[in-house]
Design a binder for this molecule. Structure first.
Ligand SMILES: C[S@@+](CC[C@H](N)C(=O)[O-])C[C@H]1O[C@@H](n2cnc3c(N)ncnc32)[C@H](O)[C@@H]1O
Length: 275
């Protein structure tokens, strides 16, 4: 069924989800939101009317819907240069003042980024000194992250990234075992890691961090929402804490820009310098 969806329908859907389930997609970037919606309708062979009815009458449908709506693409050591900057500049910068510190992975998806950080910290010999909190809006993807079981075929790209990152091992294989076509990440990587559901749009500030990674998430938000979320990150960071965002994202134009300095422009890492 080839269909289209107009702005009025998109508005009806976001309003219904907001009122009924408390998720607020009203300020997501319209074009990608529309593409995802059309994809759900096609995958599930639903018209707008039926989708609205299902969202209204079948509360269980919302989790399935969320999982399809959110873009969960991720990789271990995605952008290897970024991870080298973490290891060589940012984490040593934090360690100058704190032996123990806290990291927030916001929008962690299936956890590849979190496992990458755990490996990096382990290789630096500081895994037990660092607390990692990983959050996402989508409960189904968080379950995948907790399980740490990825399709073996994905490990090819992850391995390539790891080699480019130049980790201390000659292969990522040291960190997982193979079972039924899956790579099962070593459980000891989850020492000091907790996964929890948190919505960046409606969620409260829940802790203070030395480093926040929110990469490839705000790209799906419009400017108003990016601005609001960046304010939350500013509040959630200790003074002189670091914020890392995705390569296609920026905070130059936003309200809190003057409270940060650029630490690494290419890898989009900023440092909070003012409360
Ligand atoms: C493309 S993935 C990014 C994964 C990882 N950070 C990376 O760069 O590889 C985007 C993630 O953001 C999550 N997300 C989208 N909206 C969110 C929100 N309002 N609050 C928390 N997470 C959200 C999605 O569920 C998805 O898992």
């Amino acid at each position: 069924m080839t269909q289209d969806i107009d702005i009025a329908d998109l508005k009806k859907i976001t309003e219904l989800i907001h009122v009924k389930y408390g998720y607020d997609f009203r300020n997501y970037a319209m074009s990608s939101f529309k593409r995802r919606m059309l994809r759900i309708m096609e995958l599930k062979n639903l018209s707008v009317e039926v989708m609205l009815k299902r969202l209204d009458e079948q509360p269980a449908f919302i989790n399935e819907f969320l999982d399809e709506l959110t873009v969960n693409v991720t990789e271990m050591f995605r952008d290897p240069g970024f991870w080298r900057v973490m290891r060589e500049e940012i984490i040593p910068g934090i360690l100058l003042n704190h032996k123990q510190f806290k990291i927030w992975h916001a929008g962690c998806s299936s956890g590849e980024e979190v496992y990458s950080m755990a490996i990096l910290l382990k290789e630096m010999g500081i895994q037990s000194d660092v607390t990692l909190i990983a959050t996402d809006l989508d409960p189904a993807i968080l379950e995948k992250a907790k399980a740490g079981s990825f399709p073996l075929k994905n490990m090819e790209l992850n391995e390539k990234n790891y080699i480019r990152f130049q980790g201390t091992s000659d292969s990522l294989k040291k960190y997982y075992r193979e079972e039924n076509g899956k790579a099962i990440l070593n459980r000891d990587l989850l020492e000091n890691v907790s996964f929890r559901k948190h919505d960046l749009v409606t969620g409260e500030i829940f802790n203070k961090f030395d480093l926040i990674l929110c990469r490839n998430v705000m790209i799906y938000f419009n400017q108003t929402l990016q601005n609001d979320v960046l304010k939350k990150f500013h509040e959630s960071l200790f003074k002189y804490g670091y914020l890392a965002i995705g390569s296609k994202e920026s905070l130059i134009w936003c309200d809190i820009a003057s409270k940060f300095i650029v630490v690494n422009n290419e890898e989009k890492v900023y440092k909070k310098i003012k409360d």
